[in-house]
Design a protein around this ligand. Sequence first.
Ligand code: BT5
Length: 248
Amino acid sequence: MAIEFRIHHLEDVESTNRVARELVLDGAGEDLVVVARTQSKGRGRLDRSWESPEGGLWFSIILRPDIEPDMVPSLNIIGALSVARVLRNDYDMDARVKWPNDVRVEGRKICGILSEMFRGRSGDMFLVIGIGLNANIDVSCFSKDIRVRTTSIKNERGVEVDLDTLLNSILTQFGTLCSDMFSGGFPAVLSEHRSLVESIGSRVRVRPVPPEEAFEGIAVGMDRRGALVVELDDGRNRCVLEGDVDLV
Ligand code: BT5
């Protein structure tokens, strides 16, 4: 059954993930989406910053999923796949996924995802999936170091899009993919995700999180949780649940 999301619109916030967390601690339930016009302290993974001017789609989905912690990456995969599907189907863009969950168009990042898990007041585990999508942004407004590696719907298509329509389309895909996953259809979800992942079959350098020594190998696929499987030079396979991956 598709999820009925409630959407909470805000103007200028520090970070929608932070607002989402505060709402949960104040007793808000799951299936709530917090969306903001701008973020002054948008966050990426590992405390990196996320530039969030007006025109982007900055939102966080609050879920209370009944899953083991090692399955959390599967929900990130669903987030990335939802965005990629909408960009591909509705906006005719060749959106691909850079494992684990960046969405890129011709090698330029258009969307990033930050998931955080924590306990609500009742002690239940909540998951906040924060999604930042460069929609009606001209990338020339980004700082110099990220401008060259970044794109937006506006830059790719030459038009501005309706942000509410975009959000609803992504949430519809997200809800559908979640129901597929919980009804045993995750292998199909993974195989669609895999077909869009840029690095499969290529030599990659992996920097695992939590930090461990970086290593290289051939990205050969993903396991049932969505972890990246890398074939090392000695023939062994190593699975990475979280980390940064670059092509070498
Ligand atoms: C991410 O981290 O890609 C996760 C970004 C999640 C942002 C959303 S917006 C709604 C919600 N609320 C939040 O506070 N966060 C989430 P990571 O893989 O660590 O990438 C971060 C890096 O991307 C930065 O260090 C920059 O190099 C680059 N970057 C920053 N802003 C960007 C943008 N708008 N578009 C593309 N790249 C960007």
